[in-house]
Every structure is written in structure tokens, then in C-alpha cells.
Write a protein that binds this ligand. Structure first.
Ligand code: IMP
Length: 252
């Protein structure tokens, strides 16, 4: 697969207000931006993660289409050796911003960090920011799904509802933050809505994908191709907003 450095990707400019919703604009000279042409900007970003799968997913997203942004994305060097950041905030945006800010203190390059999870209406928003830890440390995806199904059954009994009357709506949320030199430049969030199934379907994807039914395609996220998931997923949508921010930011 060609790396993002080899490709150009197109992003449609959006307003600064949208892009920098949760961040303070940075002075132009603080971001290492190289103008390739009048239309293309090149960025080198460090991803605050040690997860090679996550890096691969973002690289695929960055290389999807022609763009005004040429992005080189790398894992943060020696991520595990740095003081860690505890994701204890109550919102995805705060966790992403805090993580980006924290790791930006160890480098002069811009740092990208994310936080994501599943928000279930009938469970008052749970598991939310606890999605990864929902069934305790070291639990498998199957154990997290089993716990989710159990909680929905409990809720159904508690509310005296039938399975058909249960509110099965849920959404995946993703927040992506950019920070440089100890300052947050932007926080971009997006979500995708769906419905929870009682039984898993499909073998693709990860996490809660097999029980997340996406009505517009009539499939779970675990039954989608990579291209379909990238098009509709919370992560794909939030990442494209980040590309738009990079393409259109007046401070760059
Ligand atoms: P994090 O953003 O890497 O901390 O991941 C949070 C957790 O949310 C993951 O471990 C999954 O359990 C869940 N999650 C986030 N995004 C997805 C997705 O696209 N599909 C399925 N589960 C997800």
C-alpha cells in the first residue's frame, strides 16, 4: 500500500469556526507546513498511540482521495517509554485534547490523538468513554459485547419493556485532537448512528462492530467492507474534518 506521503488527498475547506471549535488558533509559524503548490499543503503528524492498526486505518483514510493536503502520519516514537496520559475525562473531546496536548510536550511536530467509543441511549450513554474498559482490563471484544447485551436485557426488564419496545439506538463517536508545542490547535468530532442487535453478525472490524446495525446499508459494521466502514464511520468522518481543518486553516 502506498504511504500517505506518496499520495495527494483532497479536502473541501470548511469554516474555521467548525474546525477549531474546541481549540485556540495557532500562530502560522508554529506549524511545520510546506507549501507544495498553491493548492497542496504537506504535514507530518505524530499519532499519539502505539497501535499500528490504528495508524494503518488513518493512513488508508488519508490516502483515500485526491486532496489539498499531503499527510505523513507516523506513530509517536517510543510511545510506551513516555510518561503515559490517563484518559479519565468525562468526554471523548477532552480525552483526545488532553492526550494530544500531553504528547505534544515531547516533540516539536504536531501531534494527533483520538478517543472513541459507543454511546447507548437506553444505558444513559454507557459505555461511552469507558468503551474499551467496559468489561474490565484484559477483556476480549466478545466479553465486552456480552456485557453490553446483558446490560440491555437488564434495562429491558427494569423498564418492563418487551424486546421490540426497547430503545436500541446507539452511536459511535470519535474525537480527534491536534496539538503542537503544548497548545491545542483543533478538536474535531463526529458520530454515526445505528441500532444494537442481540446477536453478533459479521466477522470484519473490531470492538462492538458485530452488534452495531447500520440501517442505511442493512448491515452491521462487521459486515461492511473496509471502504464502506471508512465512508460511514465516526472515525472516517472525524478524520475528514481534520483534513478539512488542515486544508483551510488560515493560520497555516
Ligand atoms: P479507543 O478510541 O482506541 O480508546 O477505543 C475505544 C473503544 O471503543 C474500542 O476499544 C472499542 O471497544 C470501541 N470502538 C471505538 N471505535 C469503534 C469502532 O469503529 N468499532 C467498534 N468498536 C469501536
Amino acid at each position: 500500500m502506498p504511504g500517505p506521503a506518496d499520495r495527494s488527498i483532497r479536502a473541501t475547506p470548511v469554516t474555521t469556526a467548525t474546525a477549531a471549535a474546541a481549540g485556540e488558533a495557532l500562530p502560522a509559524e508554529t506549524l511545520p507546513v510546506e507549501k507544495l503548490t498553491t493548492e497542496t499543503k504537506a504535514f507530518r503528524l505524530l499519532l499519539a498511540s502505539s497501535n499500528a492498526g490504528k495508524l494503518r486505518e488513518y493512513r488508508v483514510l488519508a490516502g483515500e482521495q485526491p486532496s489539498a493536503v499531503s499527510l505523513t502520519l507516523e506513530l509517536f516514537p517510543d510511545f510506551a517509554g513516555r510518561p503515559s496520559f490517563e484518559e479519565t475525562a468525562p468526554t471523548f473531546a477532552e480525552n483526545a485534547a488532553g492526550k494530544a496536548l500531553h504528547y505534544s510536550r515531547f516533540t516539536s511536530l504536531p501531534v494527533m490523538a483520538d478517543d472513541s467509543g459507543l454511546v447507548v441511549t437506553a444505558l444513559g450513554g454507557a459505555p461511552g468513554v469507558y468503551s474499551a474498559r467496559y468489561a474490565g482490563p484484559g477483556a476480549t471484544d466478545a466479553q465486552r459485547i456480552a456485557k453490553l447485551t446483558e446490560k440491555l436485557q437488564d434495562e429491558m426488564r427494569r423498564a418492563g419493556r418487551s424486546s421490540a419496545a426497547l430503545d436500541r439506538s446507539a452511536r459511535f463517536v470519535c474525537a480527534i485532537a491536534l496539538a503542537v508545542h503544548g497548545r491545542v490547535a483543533a478538536v474535531l468530532s463526529d458520530s454515526v448512528s445505528g441500532e444494537l442487535l442481540d446477536r453478533p453478525r459479521g466477522n470484519a472490524g473490531f470492538g462492538y462492530d458485530p452488534v452495531f446495525w447500520f440501517p442505511p446499508l442493512g448491515k452491521t459494521f462487521a459486515e461492511m467492507s473496509e471502504e464502506e466502514k471508512n465512508l460511514y464511520s465516526h472515525r472516517g468522518k472525524a478524520f475528514r474534518k481534520m483534513l478539512e481543518f488542515l486544508a483551510s486553516s488560515p493560520v497555516l
